[in-house]
Design a protein around this ligand. Sequence first.
Ligand code: ADP
Ligand code: MG
Length: 299
Amino acid sequence: MSIQVKEVSKFYGKQKALDNLSFEISDAEVVGFLGPNGAGKSTMMKIITGFLPQSSGEVFVNGMNVTEHSLEIRKQIGYLPEHNPLYLDLYVKEYLEYVAGIYKLGKKKKQRVAEMIDLTGLGLEQNKKIGALSKGYRQRVGLAQALIHDPKVLILDEPTTGLDPNQLVEVRQLIQDIGKEKTVMLSTHIMQEVEAICQRVLIINKGQLVADQASNSIHSIKESHVFDLQFTSPVSKVYFENIEGISHIEALADNRYQISAKSDVREQIFLMAISNQLVLIEMKAQERNLESIFHELTR
Ligand code: ADP
Ligand code: MG
């Protein structure tokens, strides 16, 4: 097991950012860590990497308690923080050599830097100042920095935020390649990213785990039916609530409603309309994509 998080909570003063969170990530798994802004993703990642202490609970990386072995653990983890702090005045190569020095790579230093420049496609940029690079290339420098000591575990906090569509494709491809050999946990609020890169998805909301699924099985999550309805007059919520299996009712403009249910309740809705003399003029089952499941789980 690469990462074990056991009943971790985190308070910033009185504010609870993580609420009794538990999960495990196996060796060489690529896991998407998803949640809306403020869900607690960055906080969890800072705790796993030993940069922030939890308020309660325990975290193990490669079997070692993060609180007790924070220095040893930093050697085994590559971390790309959300706001990747780079030294804008340093040249790419110079910066990577500096990082290699921190990890005491010694004789291997020059060779590792060259390998990382090659791996992250920074060849043409290596003699430029970091401050002169585009966001996509800075992100590659961040990845090179995170990988330079050949860590077994990679923690990437929003690695593709702010990239243009071409850069996005390239950086995703890079992460996929890296993920063949390493344990990768990457946070994002983009669903397609998880579908593209990850085998598994952990979704958190308000500091709590709301889903832990193989990313190709998330479609079968509990409330997997959503229907868009339109009537000619308003419908009292009670009518919907009386139908078994309906778990969420959202009233929209123009007598439209969006219904989430655990099963296909179209027939019951039709019969409910008849018995209450309501005129149902549209009923459409929504195509379920990860995006809508995400909204449902985190609303
Ligand atoms: P995410 O990365 O999912 O957007 P964060 O982990 O950054 O979420 O934040 C989780 C919650 O903790 C948010 O409500 C945020 O405002 C709060 N928070 C994060 N960092 C701090 C901090 N240093 N001091 C106080 N509150 C914080
Ligand atoms: Mg964050």
